[in-house]
Design a protein around this ligand. Structure first.
Ligand SMILES: *[C@@H]1O[C@H](CO)[C@@H](O)[C@H](O)[C@H]1NC(C)=O
Ligand SMILES: *[C@@H]1O[C@H](CO)[C@@H](O)[C@H](O)[C@H]1NC(C)=O
Length: 387
């Protein structure tokens, strides 16, 4: 769910919203605060907490979501913990177009809810599933507010949030109520917990459905979920809320090309189901897998090949990064991820995992589900361990 841009509907908006032309996540910075640096004078430490996650599976793993509670008394809702955005928004009883089968928050039943009075809308650059974003087809209309938010039993008060008051029909298939942004600058409930002494990192275990036990750990790492060492790489240090690493090159089945062996910025987004590369990179990767992988003009940006051929194609994609130690390391997408299932317009044609988009490049769940990942806000680094 890369937050592509946010569009102001009514007045009274933070100035950061005005610069929304840039195709970067983190535009709803009115709700974000920079994580305070840990202080030795903290009176107490909060301990890490685990939040079990459920896999939204429709033939392939799409998104992982878990419970949080909002308000007083607490109302349980479900959210995707989305490293590609930075704010908390969820469906509310104010939303007539929210047709998804997920709990809606009723602000009139919460004694701690404070209406912020601002209306805005946000448009996501990637949606749920693998279908491309066309125009504004992933758009939410929001009303600002604050309330108490509890995640994994850890409570924060006066958390900035947004009630969804209108949504495009693309969201109606979601089995969850909303999205909790988990950008590289702590915001919302996470910033509040860090201020209360929680360590400023979280771990994600986004497993395939067949493996199960998916989990978010806030304030730490669940070392029972992986065996090998963690390899860390530093964010480029632009102070952005995007979880970006610089890749030095991409190989497919052990081969590379001049297009693929160049340096590129990749955004790590737990809210994007698959992979997004620019068109030249996408086509260079597919050319090394099969010349018969072709664009599907019915869905711009997508590619596919006959379903009866796809499972036999080797398609191991190694993406190379540089660890904090200076050594190169690969994150690898196995061949089993190549197919993301049949296209709606032609079920004999199976969609392949990379969508072409020319203004940002994203590593999504196709890769993340093969690693335990550590999102270290305090040290501005990402860590990976084989599972
Ligand atoms: C969320 O809470 C509900 C109700 O307690 C429970 O049935 C469900 O399994 C929980 N979901 C997850 C992902 O933990
Ligand atoms: C990364 O993958 C490429 C292509 O398979 C391989 O040549 C290279 O040795 C790998 N690098 C590391 C550090 O494993």
């Amino acid at each position: 769910m890369l937050l592509q841009r946010s569009v102001l509907v009514l007045v009274a908006v933070h100035s950061a919203l005005a610069s929304d032309a840039a195709l970067q996540p983190q535009k709803i910075v009115l709700s974000s605060r920079i994580a305070p640096t840990p202080s030795a004078l903290k009176r107490r430490q909060l301990s890490q907490a685990n939040v079990p996650l459920e896999d939204f599976f429709k033939g392939t793993d799409l998104q992982w979501f878990g419970n949080i509670s909002v308000g007083t008394p607490p109302q349980d809702i479900t959210v995707v913990f989305d490293t590609g955005s930075s704010s908390l928004e969820f469906s509310s009883t104010l939303c007539n177009s929210c047709r998804n089968a997920a709990p809606k928050f009723d602000p009139s039943r919460s004694s701690t809810f404070v209406d912020g009075g601002r209306t805005s809308s946000i448009t996501f650059g990637t949606g749920v599933g693998v279908d491309p974003v066309v125009g504004d087809n992933y758009q939410l209309t929001l009303r600002s507010g604050t309330d108490t938010v509890t995640v994994g039993g850890l409570k924060s008060t006066n958390v900035p949030l947004f009630l969804i008051t209108d949504q495009t029909p693309t969201f109606n298939i979601d089995p969850f109520s909303g999205i909790q942004g988990m950008g590289a600058r702590a915001s919302g409930f996470f910033a509040s917990l860090i201020a209360q002494g929680l360590p400023s990192l979280f771990g994600l275990f986004l497993t395939p459905l067949s493996v199960g036990n998916a989990e978010l750990t806030i304030g730490g790492v669940d070392s029972s979920k992986f065996s090998g060492p963690l390899t860390f790489a530093s964010l480029p240090g632009r102070g952005s809320s995007a979880w970006t690493l610089t890749s030095t090159g991409v190989s497919v089945n052990g081969r590379t090309t001049s297009t693929l062996s160049t340096s590129r910025s990749l955004i790590f987004d737990s809210g994007t189901s698959n992979m997004i590369f620019n068109t030249a990179t996408t086509e260079a990767i597919y050319a090394l897998i099969s010349p018969d992988i072709k664009p599907n003009s019915a869905e711009p940006g997508t590619y596919g090949i006959a379903c009866n051929r796809i499972s036999s194609l080797p398609a191991k994609i190694d993406i190379t990064f540089t660890a904090q130690t200076g050594r190169p390391f690969n994150l690898t997408i196995p061949s089993s991820e190549l197919s993301v299932g049949p296209f709606a317009n032609d079920p004999s044609l199976c969609q392949t995992l990379i969508n072409a988009v020319d203004n940002f490049q994203i590593v999504g769940a196709s890769l993340l589900k093969h690693y335990y990942s550590v999102w270290d806000v305090g040290n501005q680094r990402l860590g990976f361990a084989a599972i």
